[in-house]
Ligand binder design. Structure first.
Ligand SMILES: C[S@@+](CC[C@H](N)C(=O)[O-])C[C@H]1O[C@@H](n2cnc3c(N)ncnc32)[C@H](O)[C@@H]1O
Length: 287
């Protein structure tokens, strides 16, 4: 499915919208008249004003930032680092006891520098950054990268207003690089090697299953199947200093068919840990 149009919902966003639309070679459509209308009206508007978008995706740029909508399906995705759900998880979410934290080796006195080589919308990177890791995020799909970049910008704006210093520090620990992970890991300098490489490539979802959330389906349609994912593991194992962590659906085979050193298993996902060396105490100890 294709990204066909960019719609902006506020007059003052026209210039930024045009800039973004140009960089994706998309038509830029004025949707200010429906800025505060219900999602159904946006769907109707898109069908009437942008017929080419039927069955595809559109960027929607509004007061709360950039989202991607599926046309004909009342569903959208965005990168969110400051809304109520992520804030609740950040403050009440189980801290370093969470499986993802244990998988990357976070513990008292150990806050690794993590390369999230498959960042997507940055959800996992944000959790790890909230717990003290420094995160370098790589994302190769330009539309996903634009959403991720905008999520970071919106969170910064929120910090400016809310003066949430803790969130500001979390954001300071997150950086985004526009690149393919394989190239990046193969070209990294000795000094630039991360402590941990984190991989969460796409895995085919049962798109008809009612259990798969609409948003997840939209994301899968947008990104595709990461058919080259197996190739990332060898590069990650050469690049990481201490360990590689691969997030997999619970029932999926290990990446590249390679058995991990140990596994942390949850209800629907598991973390395959490939240990190279013990993470030393005092690693990037926060001041
Ligand atoms: C399942 S999503 C990651 C979700 C992410 N962990 C989160 O919490 O939001 C996988 C992402 O990895 C990206 N990806 C896959 N292979 C990549 C590569 N070789 N280089 C950079 N990004 C890659 C895909 O474009 C996709 O956005």
């Amino acid at each position: 499915m294709e990204l066909t149009t960019l719609v902006y919902l506020e007059p003052e966003l026209q210039e930024a919208a045009q800039h973004l639309a140009d960089s994706f070679a998309l038509p830029c459509v004025d949707g200010c008249a429906i800025a505060s209308a219900k999602p159904k009206c946006l769907q109707r508007f898109l069908k009437e004003r942008c017929p080419a978008s039927a069955g595809g995706f559109v960027f929607v740029l509004g007061a709360s930032g950039l989202a991607m909508n599926a046309v004909g399906d009342d569903c959208s995705i965005r990168a969110d680092f400051h809304g109520p759900t992520v804030t609740y998880r950040r403050k009440q979410g189980g801290g370093k006891g969470q499986m993802i934290a244990k998988a990357v080796g976070l513990r008292s006195g150990v806050s690794p520098r993590v390369l999230d080589a498959t960042a997507g919308l940055g959800g996992d990177a944000f959790v790890l950054a909230s717990l003290g890791c420094s995160m370098t995020m790589l994302e190769r799909v330009p539309a996903v990268r634009a959403l991720l970049q905008d999520g970071l910008v919106q969170a910064r704006r929120f910090v400016d207003v809310s003066k949430d210093c803790v969130l500001a520090e979390v954001l300071d620990r997150m950086s985004l690089v526009e690149t393919d992970a394989l190239d990046y890991m193969q070209q990294i300098s000795l000094d630039g090697r991360p402590d941990v490489v984190y991989l969460d490539p796409m895995f085919p979802v049962r798109t008809k299953s009612a259990l798969v959330k609409k948003e997840m389906r939209l994301f899968h349609h947008l990104v595709g199947a990461d058919l080259d994912a197996d190739g990332l593991l060898d590069a990650a194992l050469s690049c990481a200093r201490y360990r590689v962590v691969v997030k997999r659906p619970r029932i999926a085979p290990p990446l590249s068919g390679r058995p991990p050193s140990h596994v942390l298993e949850g209800k629907s996902n598991r973390y395959d840990v490939y240990a190279l060396e013990k993470l030393p105490k005092g690693l990037n100890l926060e001041v």
